[in-house]
Design a protein. Structure first.
Length: 39
């Protein structure tokens, strides 16, 4: 039971760190695609 809580805690921590990064990467990709598409 303790190990399970530890693993879920670790996953939540990783998600909280990775999620803002994925948001930034997504925003940059959208920006780059718009720059490439524009004449």
């Amino acid at each position: 039971m303790y190990a399970r809580g530890l693993i879920s805690n670790l996953i939540a921590h990783i998600y909280s760190v990775v999620h803002p990064v994925t948001v930034w990467v997504n925003a940059v990709l959208v920006l780059v695609s718009q720059l490439v598409m524009s004449p």
